[in-house]
Design a protein around this ligand. Structure first.
Ligand code: C2E
Ligand code: MG
Ligand code: MG
Length: 712
């Protein structure tokens, strides 16, 4: 008995095979590009839709074939062949989505997959339940197995190599799908041709089951499922490529930041970091050429008066003009830098001797006395100048800068407007600094420190979710000293360690006291400086503070800057991991001001990024700042980090951050840092106003559980 084919159904089966192949190739990409649960979901879902695709190609092909007797298919056996198709597809997707595909695995995988396809096909044929059973032509049967195995090999190889397809390779994907589609159908129809039906064949299921509706339904359903899978895949890949673009733009932003990190923003002159680097280079070179190099410290006398009386804009313009004039006075290979304020430092790469350096100093003195024009005003200034010399006075960059600074200080003491060369009797410890250090040494014991607290606010609902503890020093004669003034000194002298210990203990104790008093449980953040972070007993100090206060670790957060964690990355990872294991949260403070890149930070167990306030200040007007913040937020979210913005002062900035998807904010807009009792008072009134809002909308009372302090 000879069967006949419906050619339109044959065509449909080929198209289904091509679509299934294309979907399979696309899914291989998705699985490779995803991680964890997402990858597993793509693998399982992919196995189903691809298995269904292959199976329905096969089944439509069967339906395209008819014998001159009534035909039908046993449902259980048919479903069994579908199951085989799904398992084979899952196996194939798994094989091609692994990191590598060795020749051995390719061969083995191809054979298994080919056998699987054959198993599906011939099980499907058996569903016809013909009597007498189908006899297969050995040659054609072997050919169909060979085609299946060869096609599987090709499919695996192509899919593995195309999975990272970029744009132009999309066409290669379509081409491969066509080839794979034809190979699969080739196997099928060879297998069909191998079947020999006896003349008296009857189909046992034939009269019982009517399959005429099957072809249309199956092809249609499969088509829809494959399309849906593809659509999902395309959507997912769009999102992935969007993320990749953001990663690129962040990289760009990071590069920009690195440049910015080396230049003084106001004058665009090198800053201290770059200056120190240049001095080290100059020292190395001077070593070789047996010459000297000199460091000249220039400080403008009474600059503060100009700034205060004429305003910052005039002051800034004057500083730019001074920088520009200094540059005209030295050679191109020399470096003019600004350390901040009105302090400029010049590196002379090659000088013959001290006299030679002093000549340059005198020249600077004379030139800076000439008037400057800033904002239509004629301004007169005088500088005080100090000089140090390698190798005569000092041997390291830091030492040379400190010595030049001390010499400058000496010049100022002796009536300003002069130039001095460093001499050993000029102490590099300035009296003022010494006094301050002495005061600082006793400040803990004299209870002169206090912690101020500033709320951290959830951007989505405006509720306070935590607070940062900020250190204040009530100096007996100077009044309130800001941390920016004494923390660097405390770090230099190592006093930061006992001071920091006090901060940790005080913050834990205060937070626990608030919790006991019924305030909502909030997380308190403390700042850890570089020196402190390197202390071996930091973890013990923190544990001790938690134990004695009774505060649960989840209510403590540490803020460290990126520079701190980058300085000794391998050690930092260990410390951060231990903190994280204890349940303490870790934030990266002042993010964007250091050298690091976010991709590097990925390795650290951190919870949150705090974007530095310098990016927030002009976020609504400066496009670069906005772009950096946008990229940082997107990338951080990708790494499952929360993002907080600091220094938010206006509604505008807040709106902007909200639009960018920032999670939290901190800043004067909500509240300045407040002494503990005022902070508590503010929190209480906040809770009451929330409470009143709830009263106004009684329904909410039942929706939202009240915390202990909010009892009605
Ligand atoms: P930080 O950790 O980045 O703290 C944020 C600083 O921004 C605080 O300055 C805060 O008062 C200020 N600030 C908050 N909101 C706004 C705003 O809207 N606009 C502006 N312009 N500023 C805002 P503060 O208290 O003077 O502290 C300065 C730095 O001193 C801190 O920077 C931190 O690095 C360090 N610091 C403070 N307390 C401690 C401490 O206990 N230990 C250590 N190691 N460092 C501390
Ligand atoms: Mg901080
Ligand atoms: Mg900060």
């Amino acid at each position: 008995m000879v069967g006949t084919y419906s050619y339109s159904l044959v065509l449909v089966s080929v198209l289904v095979a091509i679509l299934a192949s294309y979907t399979a190739l696309d899914l291989a990409t998705r699985i490779t590009m995803s991680r964890g649960t997402a990858a597993r979901a793509w693998l399982i879902g992919g196995a189903f839709s691809m298995g269904l695709g292959i199976f329905s190609m096969h089944f439509v092909g069967m339906l395209a074939f008819s014998l001159p007797v009534p035909m039908g298919y046993d449902v259980t056996v048919t479903l069994l062949s579908l199951l085989i198709a799904i398992v084979v597809s899952g196996f194939a997707l798994y094989t091609v989505s692994r990191d590598s595909l060795s020749a051995k695995n390719l061969i083995l995988g191809g054979i298994l997959m080919g056998i699987g396809i054959c198993a599906m096909h011939y099980t499907g044929m058996a569903a016809m339940e013909t009597h007498p059973p189908i006899v297969y032509d050995p040659m054609l049967f072997s050919a169909s197995v060979a085609i299946a195995i060869a096609a599987s090999h090709a499919a695996l190889w192509i899919a593995f190599n195309l999975r990272a397809a970029v744009n132009w390779m999309k066409y290669a994907k379509v081409g491969s799908a066509v080839i794979m589609g034809f190979a699969i159908t080739g196997m099928h129809y060879t297998g069909m041709a191998a079947a020999r039906f006896a003349d008296n064949t009857i189909c046992l299921t034939g009269p019982l089951v009517d399959n005429s509706w099957m072809a249309g339904t199956l092809a249609g359903t499969t088509f829809l499922i494959l399309c849906a899978t593809l659509a999902l895949s395309v959507l997912d890949s769009r999102m992935a490529s969007k993320t990749a673009k953001m990663a690129a733009s962040l990289k760009h932003a990071n590069d920009e930041l690195q440049k910015v990190a080396l230049l003084d923003p106001l004058t665009k002159l090198p800053n201290r970091v770059l200056l120190e680097d240049r001095i080290e280079q100059a020292i190395a070179q001077a070593e070789r050429s047996k010459l000297n190099c000199a460091v000249i410290f220039v400080d403008l006398d009474r600059f503060k008066t100009i700034n205060d009386s004429l305003g910052h804009t005039v002051g800034d313009e004057l500083l730019r003009a001074v920088g520009a004039r200094l540059q005209t006075l030295v050679r191109a290979e020399d470096t003019v830098s600004r350390l901040g304020g009105d302090e400029f430092v010049i590196l002379l790469r090659e000088v013959i001797d001290a006299d030679n350096a002093a000549q340059v100093g005198d020249k600077i003195l004379a030139e800076l006395r000439l008037p400057f024009r800033a904002h239509e005003k004629e301004l007169y200034i005088t500088p005080s100048i100090g000089i140090s010399l390698y190798p005569l006075t000092g041997h390291t960059a830091q030492m040379l800068i400190t010595q030049a600074d001390a010499a400058m200080y000496n010049a100022k003491q002796e009536g300003r407007n002069g130039c001095r060369l460093f001499a050993s009797e000029m102490s590099t410890f300035f009296p003022e600094r010494l006094m301050m250090e002495n005061d600082l040494r006793h400040a803990v014991a004299r209870r002169e420190f206090a912690l101020y607290y500033q709320p951290k606010v959830d951007l989505t609902n405006g509720s306070v979710v935590g607070m940062e503890a900020l250190l204040r020093w009530q100096h007996p004669s100077k009044g309130l000293v800001s941390p920016d003034e004494f923390i660097p000194l405390a770090e230099d002298t190592g006093l930061i360690v006992p001071i920091g210990r006090w901060v940790i203990e005080e913050a834990c104790a205060q937070n626990k006291a608030w919790q006991r008093a019924g305030m909502p449980h909030l997380r308190v953040a403390i700042n850890i400086s570089a020196v402190q972070f390197k202390q071996k007993d930091l973890l013990d100090t923190i544990k001790y503070a938690l134990e004695t206060s009774g505060l649960s670790p989840e209510f403590l957060e540490v803020e460290v800057t990126e520079t701190v964690v980058m300085q000794n990355a391998s050690q930092a990872i260990v410390t951060l991991e231990k903190l994280s294991e204890m349940g303490i949260h870790v934030s990266i403070d002042d993010f964007g001001t250091g050298y690091s890149s976010l991709s590097y930070l990925k390795r650290f167990p951190i919870d949150k990024l705090k974007i530095d306030r310098s990016f927030i200040r002009e976020i609504s007007s400066d496009r670069d700042d906005a772009a950096i913040v946008r990229a940082t937020i997107a990338l951080a979210h990708n790494l499952r980090l929360r993002v907080i913005a600091e220094g938010v002062e206006t509604e505008d900035q807040l709106q902007f951050l909200r639009a960018l998807g920032c999670d939290e904010y901190q800043g004067y807009y909500k509240s300045k840092p407040l002494p503990a009792n005022e902070f508590a008072r503010q929190m209480r009134s906040e809770i009451w106003s929330q409470h009143r809002e709830r009263e106004a909308a009684p329904r909410l009372l039942y929706d939202t559980p009240l915390s202990p302090g909010q009892s009605t």
